[in-house]
Design a protein around this ligand. Structure first.
Ligand code: NAI
Length: 211
């Protein structure tokens, strides 16, 4: 794993895409793929793929292609998807419930243990088998359970306060959906997901293509 520290974040950001396509190929029992074929699937050039995958060892032979099983296993391990992660969701509204209902996150080794909310009407309900509990119980919950990831699905005015609670409870990674740049110490990993920004880019390119 030490070796991966030298791999640039730009390369790491491309890995989930390789991983997704390789998983499909593993399911179809395909053994080998060339950088050109992987390029057609991912939209990256064959030379970029060769450069990226060179970081992770020797999975292919010139002119023969990459061993899909090996490459898939290696990328899975680099991404840490061969381990189990426990998460909590804060905010059991539209988005929090949608994430809790999405069963395929389990395949990434990602288990949602609990959802927290302030709304008394939601507390003690369940989404699938996941309980919704009062946010006032989060401190004691986080003291008992080792939670790796906090998923913020509250309105933006409450996101910073929720972040504090997660950090106090020793949560080290935050998947933030609230439209705000939350502040946290540098040892806390924050991944922001902003669908609005993605939609704005789509709209820009839609208009550009009309010109
Ligand atoms: P919603 O209003 O349906 O749900 C928010 C929930 O948070 C409510 O159940 C509320 O009771 C709860 N809540 C409020 N303060 C809380 C606190 N301090 N502790 C615990 N729970 C608290 O809103 P929706 O549509 O689910 O959106 C949630 C957040 O996600 C908003 O910030 C919204 O802007 C954002 N969002 C982001 C998207 C993205 O692409 N990143 C897409 C959709 C929503």
């Amino acid at each position: 794993m030490e070796k991966n520290k030298s791999i640039s974040k730009v390369v790491i950001r491309r890995l989930p895409k390789y991983y997704r396509h390789l998983e499909e190929l593993v399911k179809k029992d395909v053994d080998v793929i060339s950088s050109r074929e992987l390029g057609e699937k991912t939209g990256f050039t064959a030379s970029k793929i060769r450069q990226d995958l060179n970081h992770f060892g020797d999975f292919g032979q010139q002119g023969y292609g990459y061993n899909i099983q090996e490459l898939y296993k290696q990328i899975k391990s680099i991404l840490g998807l061969d381990k189990e992660y426990k998460a909590v969701i804060i905010g059991a509204g539209n988005l929090g419930q949608a994430i809790a209902n999405y069963t395929r996150f389990d395949k990434l080794g990602f288990e949602i243990k609990c959802i927290f909310d302030v709304n008394p009407k939601l507390i003690d309900m369940k989404i699938r088998d996941i309980p919704i509990r009062d946010i006032d119980e989060i401190n004691s919950f986080l003291e008992m359970e080792k939670i790796h990831i906090g998923i913020i699905c509250v309105p933006k005015r409450n996101a910073q306060d929720v972040t504090k609670k997660l950090i106090k409870g020793n949560v080290k990674a935050i998947w933030n959906f609230a439209p705000i740049d939350i502040l946290a110490p540098s040892n806390i990993i924050i991944e922001n997901v902003h669908l609005n920004e993605s939609l704005a880019r789509l709209i820009y390119f839609l208009n550009e293509s009309d010109d």
